[in-house]
Design a protein around this ligand. Structure first.
Ligand code: SF4
Length: 360
């Protein structure tokens, strides 16, 4: 596999492109696997593997953290969310720090935990801070539907869900970073299938391969990408066929759009992307924590000196942030890309920091 990549790269960079081939992965699990298995160091230098906005915690903007913090300050609520979200810094604090001060902020392992708590504690107002891409959205849809059917009226969601294909379109149009191919996410694609990426090949002529997460999967996907580039036949291929079907999981997609409509959404580093988010349909709007617990507009700011925005767009590598490994470390993160177990900065810190001759 390694020699196939080397031969293909040589034929491409030597003859056609004459420059680096930028391949962006848009899944935090891919980012971690690439760093953990040393794949960046294994392949020719002319292949530039760049991390995109594939970590849901990382793309949640500071304003959303600030808003949920404000809700927990102004209202008597019990908040549930996944562990990584607790340490993401807002403008002035984090859920973790406020939990330490005694606010009712809880880690859950499944959204169902939050619904169960609401059912068992009818006197409490319970909010689930819902994050994630298409992979986790069906779970949120399930709990909203259950809450509706069971008439649980003390349960709400603070929705920050985001959709991947719309973000890829923004990146495909970006003039600052020329993306030659996308390594598409395996988990998200298990839900949505391959068709939602079709526009990238048809309109933008960008090859895409939906990849699994083992090192062999990723290397094979790189071969598939390089072959597409060489033949000049951009298409959407599935390498991760043992999990992903072309049609995805139609039942899960149907459930998502039974509960939600598409809406615009703000991504850290990318700004507002039309149609890249979801809002509860009118019928379920009673579960919307943003409506039920209004707070005044908050002045939010990203952490000073943090380059997460540029890291998430693939413009900068984590090493290029001057705070990396100095003031920003996993035990004292400045930005979300160092907090999350799937963040680019955390991956580089854990697996690539010590390496010699690292390509940055
Ligand atoms: S190293 Fe820290 S401060 Fe720099 S971009 Fe990453 S998370 Fe932000």
């Amino acid at each position: 596999m390694k020699s196939s990549i080397e031969e293909l790269t040589l034929s491409l960079t030597g003859n056609k492109l004459g420059r680096r081939i930028n391949i962006m992965e848009v899944c935090g699990t891919h980012t971690m696997a690439i760093s953990r298995y040393g794949l960046r160091q294994l392949i020719p230098e002319t292949i530039n593997l760049i991390s995109g906005p594939g970590c849901p915690v990382c793309v949640t903007p500071a304003v959303d953290i600030d808003l949920i913090l404000e809700i927990t300050k102004q209202y008597e609520v019990s908040l549930f969310t996944f562990g990584d979200m607790l340490r993401v810094p807002g403008t002035e604090s984090s859920l973790y720090l406020k939990k330490a001060e005694g606010r009712d902020i809880n880690i859950c392992y499944s959204p169902l935990d939050a619904l169960d708590y609401a059912r068992e504690n009818p006197d409490r107002k319970v909010i689930f801070l819902a994050i994630g891409f298409e992979t986790t959205i069906p779970l949120t849809a399930v709990i909203v539907k259950r809450a509706y059917l069971e008439k649980i009226n003390n349960f709400y969601i603070f929705n920050t869900h985001k959709l991947i294909p719309e973000a890829l379109e923004l990146l495909a149009n970006d003039k600052e970073i020329k993306i030659n191919a996308f390594l598409c996410p395996g988990h998200v694609s298990a839900i949505i299938g391959s068709e939602p990426y079709r526009f990238l090949a048809d309109r933008y002529k960008i090859p895409c391969v939906i990849s699994g997460f083992e090192p062999e999967d990723i290397l094979q996907s790189l071969v598939m990408i390089l072959e597409q580039i060489k033949k000049e036949t951009p298409e959407i291929e599935i390498q991760y066929k043992r999990v992903v079907r072309e049609e995805g999981n139609p039942s899960a997609v149907k459930l998502i759009y039974e509960i939600f409509d598409k809406s615009d959404s703000t991504w850290r580093g990318l700004g507002s992307i039309p149609g890249s988010g979801l809002k509860l349909k009118e019928k379920f709007s009673g579960f919307d924590a943003r409506i039920r617990f209004p707070v005044k507009k908050i002045k939010s700011a990203e952490p000073a000196g943090c380059e997460c925005g540029n890291v998430l767009k693939g413009i900068k590598k984590p090493f290029e942030c001057r705070l990396f490994s100095k003031t920003c470390r996993p035990e004292s993160p400045v930005g979300p890309c160092m907090v999350s177990s799937e963040g680019s900065c955390a991956a580089y810190y854990k697996y690539e920091r010590e390496l010699k001759n690292i390509k940055i």
